[in-house]
Design a protein around this ligand. Structure first.
Ligand code: ADP
Ligand code: MG
Length: 343
C-alpha cells in the first residue's frame, strides 16, 4: 500500500456519481429537479438514444449568474441551503450540491444560462474535468439549458451496465411522468430521437389536471378512480385512488408525493395496502396518484442521496392518517363496505 493522499476532485466526483448517476433516467431526475427548483413553467427535454448519447433540458426558470456557472459544476456548491437549520425544513428538491458535479464528471456537459437581469447568456463546458473555468458568451433566452452528451464515456465499466435504448428510455420517461404529476402548473415536452413522446400543457383547472393524469396514467385509470381530499392534524392528503375493480397485476401505477417530492416509502405503501386489504384480491396491486402535504419540519428528506426515501417524525400518525383517509374513501364508493370497516 502507498501513503495516504487526498483524491483529486475529479475522482471524488466520479465516486460520488456512483450514488447519484446510475443511468440516463437519474440524470433526467436531477436536471428536472433543478429546473423545477428554479421555478420553471416550461421544460423541454430532448433525448437521443435512450439518453446515453444526449439529454438536453431547457427551462425558463430564474437562471444562474454568469460568475456562478463554474461553481454550479463543482461539488458541494448550492444556492439552496446555507446552514444546518435550513436542512430542517428544506423546501427545494435539491440541496446537496452534488448533481451537476457528478454528472459532469462522467459525461460531456454544457451549462448555458441567462438571468432576467443579465443582458446576455453565458455558458460553461466540462468534459469529465475537475471544474470548468472558461465562461463564454452564449445566445440564450431567460432560463437554463443543460446539455449532457455521452454518458459514462470515461467510465466504461459503468457504461456496460446500461440496458438497451428502449429500456433506458422507459426508465427516463417514467421519471418525466413522475415530475409532471408533481408540478401541474409547469408545461413539459419530452422528445426521443426527435419524436414527441409526451406533450403536457400547464394544468390549472381540475379538469386540466385530470387530463394530465389521464395522459400520464392512462384514460382507464382516470375513469376508474375516485378523487380524495382530506385534511387533519396539519396534514393534507389529496389526489386520486383507483377503485378496487381497477387493480393491477404490477405495482406500476403508484405515485405518492410528499410536499411535491416523489417518494417510495415502506410506511406509506403499507398504509395504502392495508386500506385496500379487504377490497382487493390477493396478489393484485392498487393504483393511485396521491399527494401528502405536511409541515416540512416533520419529515426528513436527507436520508439517501437520491432522496427517494424519507423519514417521518411521527410515522405512526402519518400511517394512520393515510390508512383512515383511504379506507373511508374506498368505503364511500362501496357503501356495503362501510359497515365492515373499523373506522
Ligand atoms: P443542488 O440542486 O443540490 O443545489 P446541483 O448540483 O443540482 O445541486 O446544482 C448546483 C446549483 O446550480 C444549484 O444550487 C442552482 O443554484 C444551480 N442550478 C442548477 N441547475 C439550475 C437550473 N436549471 N436553473 C437555475 N439554477 C440551476
Ligand atoms: Mg440539484
Amino acid at each position: 500500500m502507498s501513503r495516504i493522499h487526498t483524491l483529486s476532485p475529479r475522482l471524488a466526483n466520479q465516486i460520488a456519481a456512483g450514488e447519484v448517476v446510475e443511468r440516463p433516467a437519474s440524470v433526467v431526475k436531477e436536471l428536472l429537479e433543478n429546473a423545477l427548483d428554479a421555478g420553471a413553467r416550461k421544460v423541454d427535454i430532448d433525448v437521443e438514444s435512450g439518453g446515453v448519447k444526449l439529454i438536453r433540458i431547457r427551462d425558463d426558470g430564474e437562471g444562474i449568474h454568469c460568475d456562478d456557472l463554474p461553481l454550479a459544476l463543482s461539488r458541494h456548491a448550492t444556492s439552496k441551503i446555507e446552514e444546518l437549520e435550513d436542512l430542517e425544513a428544506v423546501a427545494s428538491l435539491g440541496f446537496r450540491g452534488e448533481a451537476l458535479a457528478s454528472i459532469s464528471s462522467v459525461s460531456r456537459l454544457t451549462l448555458a444560462s441567462k438571468q432576467r437581469s443579465s443582458e446576455q447568456g453565458w455558458s460553461v463546458y466540462a468534459e469529465g474535468r475537475d471544474m470548468a473555468t472558461q465562461v463564454s458568451p452564449a445566445a440564450h433566452p431567460q432560463g437554463t439549458t443543460v446539455e449532457m452528451r455521452d454518458l459514462f464515456f470515461n467510465t466504461p465499466a459503468r457504461r456496460k451496465f446500461l440496458k438497451t435504448e428502449k429500456t433506458e428510455f422507459g426508465h427516463l420517461e417514467e421519471v418525466v411522468k413522475r415530475q409532471a404529476l408533481s408540478r401541474f402548473e409547469t408545461a413539459f415536452t419530452l422528445r426521443h430521437n426527435q419524436k414527441v413522446v409526451l406533450g403536457l400543457r400547464p394544468a390549472v383547472s381540475v379538469r386540466d389536471k385530470e387530463m394530465r393524469v389521464a395522459s400520464v396514467c392512462g384514460k382507464a385509470f382516470m375513469e376508474n378512480t375516485t378523487p380524495i381530499q382530506i385534511q387533519a392534524s396539519g396534514m393534507h392528503l389529496y389526489g386520486w385512488v383507483a377503485l378496487p375493480t381497477f387493480s393491477r397485476s404490477q405495482a406500476d401505477l403508484q405515485y405518492f408525493f410528499v410536499n411535491g417530492r416523489v417518494i417510495r416509502d415502506k410506511l406509506v405503501t403499507h398504509a395504502i395496502r392495508q386500506a385496500y386489504q379487504d377490497v382487493l384480491y390477493h396478489g393484485r396491486h392498487p393504483a393511485y396518484v396521491l399527494y401528502l402535504d405536511l409541515d416540512p419540519a416533520s419529515v426528513d428528506v436527507n436520508v439517501h442521496p437520491t432522496k427517494h426515501e424519507v423519514r417521518f417524525r411521527d410515522g405512526r400518525m402519518v400511517h394512520d392518517f393515510i390508512f383512515r383517509s383511504l379506507h373511508k374513501a374506498l368505503a364511500d364508493v362501496r357503501p356495503e363496505a362501510a359497515s365492515e370497516g373499523s373506522l
